[in-house]
Design a protein around this ligand. Structure first.
Ligand SMILES: [Zn+2]
Ligand SMILES: [Zn+2]
Length: 317
């Protein structure tokens, strides 16, 4: 099969072996896959990954043990647990110490004609969600994870820091709770997307003090944590979404003195993400900057790494 393969460098391989179908897995023909910040880190060597990257996708089930699933359009959760440990038994396969992660850790991903995933990881896409929109379920689920971790009431003042792909999705999702929300970014054209959705925005942090109950850090930059600690109120909460290869030495004395709670937040629940897309509570269509063919994958990665680009999609068929 055709695949984008990373091994020291990213290359297009025309005769990569199609994945073997294991027990309880489905073979999925990929339709669209999205390039995210993690993929851009992976091709710089993050996680020491070798193989096919890509973890945001939509596709069609070609083979599996459940006949009713064959031919259905799906997307899938990306963590594969061992199925035997206490985390897996407790429904926390995302934290299984032996896990593999689609396109990130020990498992070939979505920038290829085919991928496999356990049937349990799959979610059928309703007709209302297009193949292109289906790619956004995984990053949107990551935004919904915040709502499963902390209480956001109508009076909670929230700041979302960062106006990249995840920042925009996070601001859209948190605004559904009706809280007073400020999206803080650096790019007028990206903030304009949120403004059009009725969300208050700020270009930079100038003039903002320690005034937010919750600050969600989605900058993708090492200095994001320091900025978040400046914006959060005493006894407030900072939610960290950014993973960076190297962290700066953020002054955590602030966290001690002001008794700030810091919460890490990663992969989230797919069901509310699919419901929000289906009901058009969240709109992701304006986030697609450009669509590339799989054969143009190298160019797509170069394009996606430019600042100002929101989401580059790869169309696999
Ligand atoms: Zn991602
Ligand atoms: Zn496990």
């Amino acid at each position: 099969m055709k695949a984008l393969v990373f091994d020291k460098r990213l290359k297009l391989v025309l005769d990569y072996p199609a994945p073997d179908l294991k027990e309880n897995e489905a073979l999925i023909r990929v339709k669209y896959a999205g390039i995210c910040a993690t993929d851009l880190e992976i091709i710089k060597g993050y996680m020491g990954f070798k193989g096919v990257p890509g973890h945001e996708f939509s596709g069609v089930v070609e083979a599996c043990e459940i006949p009713g699933l064959i031919g259905r359009r799906v997307t899938g959760e990306i963590n594969l647990g061992c199925g035997r440990c206490a985390y897996c038994a407790g429904g926390m396969r995302n934290h299984c110490p032996q896990r593999s992660v689609l396109g990130i850790l020990g498992k070939d991903g979505a920038f290829a004609e085919y991928l496999t995933l356990p049937i349990d990881n799959l979610h059928v896409l309703p007709d209302e969600i297009s193949d292109e929109e289906g790619v956004f379920v995984e990053p949107l689920a990551s935004a919904f994870e915040i709502l499963s971790q902390i209480e956001i009431g109508r009076g909670t003042r929230v700041a979302v820091l960062g106006d990249g792909r995840l920042g925009i999705l996070t601001a859209e999702v948190l605004s559904l709770s009706g809280c007073p929300l400020t999206a803080i970014g650096r790019h007028e054209e990206k903030l304009a997307i949120l403004k059009a959705r009725g969300i208050e925005t700020a270009a930079g942090t100038e003039g903002l003090g320690s005034e937010f109950d919750i600050v969600v850090e989605c900058t993708g930059r090492a200095e994001g944590l320091s900025t978040a600690l400046k914006l959060v109120k005493p006894r407030g909460t900072v939610v960290l979404k950014t993973t960076v290869a190297e962290r700066d030495g953020a002054d955590l004395n602030r966290a001690v003195i002001d008794e700030v709670t810091i919460i890490g937040s990663r992969c989230g629940p797919f069901k509310p993400a699919i419901a929000a897309l289906k009901e058009r509570a969240v709109d992701v269509r304006m986030l697609v900057s450009r669509v590339f063919a799989l054969e143009e994958g190298i160019e797509a990665f170069q394009y996606a790494s430019q600042s100002g680009v929101l989401k580059a999609l790869i169309k696999v068929e």
